[in-house]
Design a protein. Structure first.
Length: 240
């Protein structure tokens, strides 16, 4: 009898853990989908709301919105006639960006990675999005832009990244492109990877090994160099 009670308890604990995992995963997916849609609305100069998002998804399901492609960034050269994407340096950003505010979206086309970026690297932020490490530069700014995410969610595709891959970051200030130059594995104490650089650099940080069971002991670092930038159109976001 006691053994059966233990088995039932373990089964119940397993089901609870599975339910929690499914809920957290679904919450993250729904959050990313809505934020991505809202971000595109913002770039188009259109309002966003939960009701509008649900109506938009319903219309897409019915095939009523052929002009809008889910997950595809709008062409900003069409939104702002006469403006083209060039290597014009971005102007310095204000020193403060509100915690957990939406910064933009990071995409690695070859890996089919497309995730929203929020300000912050705390556990709450990383459960919802890729986090911009506050002590580092903002996308398009001089220095080192550092983004962090979990190895088993948003940055899982980094397991297959390689030199030469293109990384694109779209913000309200422009679209910035980076080319991967190197990857390496470091220890958590090696915070030098976050230090400012002379070049416009992007650093992606996640835990390593990717398939490790439990708290991974090392960090996987992707270093990329910026190859172009668009001009600034508005100040960085200050609220979520």
């Amino acid at each position: 009898m006691r053994r059966r009670w233990v088995e039932y308890s373990l089964l119940l604990a397993g089901l609870i853990a599975l339910d929690l995992f499914v809920w957290l995963h679904a919450r993250a997916v729904m959050s990313q989908a809505y934020e991505s849609w809202s971000f595109e609305q913002d770039l188009r100069g259109e309002p966003s709301s939960v009701a509008g998002y649900l109506r938009d998804q319903w219309d897409r399901l019915l095939g009523k919105m052929p002009g809008k492609t889910p997950g595809k960034m709008p062409d900003r050269s069409e939104q702002h006639p006469g403006k083209t994407f060039s290597s014009t340096p971005a102007s310095p950003a204000p020193p403060h960006v509100a915690e957990r505010s939406v910064i933009g979206r990071v995409e690695i086309p070859r890996l089919s990675l497309s995730e929203m970026i929020r300000e912050g690297a705390d556990s709450g932020t990383l459960s919802l999005a890729v986090g911009h490490i506050p002590s580092t530069s903002l996308p398009g700014q001089p220095g080192n832009v550092a983004l962090a995410a979990h190895r088993d969610t948003y940055f899982l595709p980094l397991e297959h990244i390689r030199n030469g891959d293109r990384i694109q970051i779209e913000t309200r200030q422009g679209r910035f492109e980076y080319v991967v130059e190197s990857t390496q594995v470091v220890m958590p104490r090696d915070v030098w990877v976050l230090k400012a650089t002379d070049r416009r650099t992007l650093t992606l940080v996640t835990c390593f090994p990717f398939r490790y069971i439990g708290a991974a002991p090392k960090r996987f670092i992707v270093r990329a160099a910026q190859v172009g930038a668009s001009s600034i159109s508005s100040p960085p976001p200050s609220s979520s």
